[in-house]
Design a protein around this ligand. Structure first.
Ligand code: PGA
Length: 250
């Protein structure tokens, strides 16, 4: 099984429902036979509408988060079962913004991953170091701890539904992209950790995306690296032509 190449968008807290529908409609009309899997991560309130809109298209839909509890008295939360009931097929978890601003730690993320998988969602699990950790040369340690803390408890069978996204926090939304060399080096390291934990075949089949100021100008060079299987795109996913150019670069 050759590993899946993918370009995924992460809209974050952008776009009203109407704006989101307009963007999804544009993508649906333009992205007919992509060379890779295409996923868009939207706010919860968009999911049902956008999933319905895209149901016969080449584009899959992801939530950007889900609750760490199954159901019940958790005001304002959205469960993995609710996400799945919209027709969304993926859930982005472990994004650095969730870790930093909403204090999601390894244990909470492990629960979220477990619940997402139990509800048949595929998970795009994000890892990556902050600037100080990169400057101190600790990036390998950081991503290893993030994987061990939240996803290396999964069975090899469960792992088939995990896509990893390496996103150096210093590159997210900053215009400071990791160089292809920096990204390739750590992607290869991450793949070696998966091989150590599972086996070489599992590692070879694992899709590892790069995220962090990936755009229509630098995508082709990043994607040409052997261990970079695609991208998780924030800002450039909010404009159809830019996102489509990134898909075309994959
Ligand atoms: P960016 O965001 O492309 O705007 O840097 C990427 C992400 O946070 O997933």
């Amino acid at each position: 099984m050759a590993r899946i190449k993918m370009v995924a968008g992460n809209w974050k807290m952008n776009k009203t429902l109407q704006e989101g529908v307009a963007l999804a409609t544009e993508l649906k009309n333009d992205v007919k036979n992509p060379n890779c899997a295409v996923v868009i991560g939207t706010p919860f309130i968009h999911l049902a509408t956008v999933a319905e809109l895209l149901k016969d298209s080449a584009i899959k839909v992801a939530a950007e988060n889900c609750a760490d509890k199954e159901k019940g008295a958790y005001t304002g939360e959205v469960s993995a079962a609710m996400v799945a009931s919209t027709g969304a097929e993926y859930c982005i978890l472990g994004h650095s913004e969730r870790r930093a601003y909403y204090h999601e730690d390894y244990a909470v993320l492990a629960e979220k991953v477990k619940l997402a998988l139990a509800n048949n969602l595929k998970v795009i699990f994000c890892i990556g170091e902050v600037k100080e950790e990169r400057e101190a040369g600790k990036q390998n340690e950081v991503v290893k701890a993030q994987l061990e803390g939240s996803v290396f408890n999964l069975t090899a069978e469960e792992w088939k539904n995990i896509t990893l996204a390496y996103e150096p926090v210093w590159a997210i939304g900053t215009g400071l992209t990791a160089t292809p060399e920096q990204a390739q080096e750590i992607h290869a390291y991450i793949r070696s950790l998966v091989a150590e934990k599972y086996d070489a075949q599992v590692a070879d089949d694992t899709t590892i995306l790069y995220g962090g100021s990936c755009n229509e100008k630098n995508a082709a060079e990043l994607f040409s690296c052997p261990d970079i299987d695609g991208g998780l795109i924030g800002g450039a996913a909010l404009v159809a032509e830019k996102f489509e150019a990134i898909i075309a670069a994959r």
